[in-house]
Write a protein that binds this ligand. Structure first.
Ligand code: AMP
Ligand code: MG
Length: 412
């Protein structure tokens, strides 16, 4: 159902949804068109090392040692204009142009130099063509450099800059409305009374969405009454591509949401075999009259428990948002680590436990859980740097067993 609705809603599929941004604004945006390299990279043969460039014909010898005369120096951005003949070499810096007569570089540290006029090195220290970067070896002119649908990372921006490209066409930011539902919720700055609590989901969701560089429409706290909920849903349907709510989908409250959603769109309620995050709703709001373009608003009704919000976001919402925004690669990378302690686990549901990844005494990647794992205990998320993901059929985990993990933060 999720995939079908995403395909149907096609939030960002027309040219009006593409915008041009400068490289310094492009991080985490989604590239809207293939970038073909307008140049060869590198644009000319150049040295990969600080050393001496020479013609490799001189290596065709039985003599154990080679002696060459240094005829000049080439710097990056300051090429050597003369020629390099037989028995000669050129002192060359990394990135400096290779002279036409030379095809090989011997790194400086492999040479002995009496007086900087003659250098000596062992014949077997270097092979023909080594330590030279060839024109176009990184990227040939006209070849694809970055494919459309790429979630742009720092290296992509550097790559675009290395091609002389100053602006990129990217998909516009997805507009995502968020709301927190519950009579017990208070905004920051308000007094807490009678068992009320601060609305923390708004901020963890905002943080999660900001990581994806989306436009956030904050619909605030919505009371547990049909009129307020309907008004908030209508507001989201008017402006947003996606609505994410937290709370109000557990037994009892779900009826409420269901009733309103029947009027405004379509929704399904799911009891998912996962922990935390069992109750969830997913559906769509029909476009309200006057919405332009007339598109459905996808609706994710997440559970209210603060950890469950983050886990269900990770498991269901994140990839959907990226896909809607036109990203090709949406799956986070899983890896494995050794569990330092036993973990209790019932087969028949997928569990997302919060953990700290470090190293075992013998240097292997190792995880330990961050204390109590209740769905409402946000500290267990805050202290963690990864999920331990225990698969549906897995049972108890013994200390020393390998488990799947997903890291919270990307590095580059
Ligand atoms: P619910 O899914 O509405 O039954 O909520 C489950 C639990 O999460 C309850 O203890 C709620 O008080 C709590 N909760 C719901 N929404 C929020 C929120 N926005 N911030 C913090 N806790 C919440
Ligand atoms: Mg509630």
């Amino acid at each position: 159902m999720v995939d079908e609705l995403i395909a149907e809603s096609k939030a960002l599929n027309d040219p009006a949804d593409i915008e041009t941004v400068s490289l310094d604004q492009a991080i985490n945006r989604i590239l809207a068109e293939d970038i073909l390299s307008p140049i060869d990279v590198p644009s000319a043969d150049n040295s990969a090392m600080d050393g001496f460039a020479f013609n490799s014909k001189c290596l065709e010898t039985n003599a154990p040692e080679i002696t060459l005369t240094v005829v000049g120096t080439a710097f990056a951005g300051k090429p050597y204009e003369g020629s390099v003949g037989e028995g000669q070499c050129l002192k060359i810096m990394t990135g400096a142009l290779m002279p036409a007569d030379c095809d090989t570089v011997i790194p400086q540290e492999f040479t002995e130099s009496g007086d900087n006029i003659l250098i000596r090195f062992k014949q077997n220290q270097v092979k023909s063509g080594e330590n030279r970067r060839l024109r176009g070896e990184d990227l040939q002119k006209g070849k694809p450099a970055i494919a459309a649908g790429r979630l742009l990372r720092p290296s992509d921006l550097g790559l675009a800059a290395s091609l002389g490209i100053a602006t990129l066409k990217v998909n516009r930011k997805l507009k995502v409305a968020i709301l927190s539902s519950g009579d017990e919720l208070r905004s920051l700055g308000q007094a807490l009374e009678n068992g009320s609590i601060y609305d923390s989901n708004r901020y963890s969701l905002t943080g999660l969405l900001n990581r994806l560089n989306l436009e956030i429409i904050d619909c605030g706290i919505v009371r547990d009454d049909p009129a307020s909920l309907k008004a908030a849903f209508c507001e989201a349907a008017k402006h947003a591509d996606v609505l994410i709510s937290s709370g109000g989908v557990s037994v009892g409250e779900a009826d409420f949401t269901k009733q309103i959603m029947q009027e405004l769109g379509d929704v399904g309620f799911w009891k998912i075999a996962m922990r935390p995050g069992r109750p969830m709703a997913f559906g769509m709001l029909r476009p309200v009259p006057g919405k332009s373009p007339a598109r459905k608003t996808l609706f994710f009704g997440l559970p209210g428990n603060p950890v469950a919000v983050m886990v269900t976001f990770y498991q269901f919402v994140r990839a959907a948002l990226l896909q809607l925004n036109g990203a090709k690669q949406t799956e986070p990378v899983l890896t494995q680590a050794i569990s330092e302690f036993p973990i209790r686990k019932k087969p028949g549901r997928t569990e997302f436990q919060r953990a700290i990844l470090g190293r075992s005494p013998d240097g292997k990647p190792a995880v330990k859980l961050t204390g109590s794992q209740g769905a409402g205990i946000l500290r267990s998320m805050s202290e963690a740097n990864c999920f331990v993901i225990l698969q549906h059929d897995q049972g108890n985990i013994a200390a020393g067993e390998w488990v799947d993990i997903a890291l919270f933060d990307g590095l580059l």
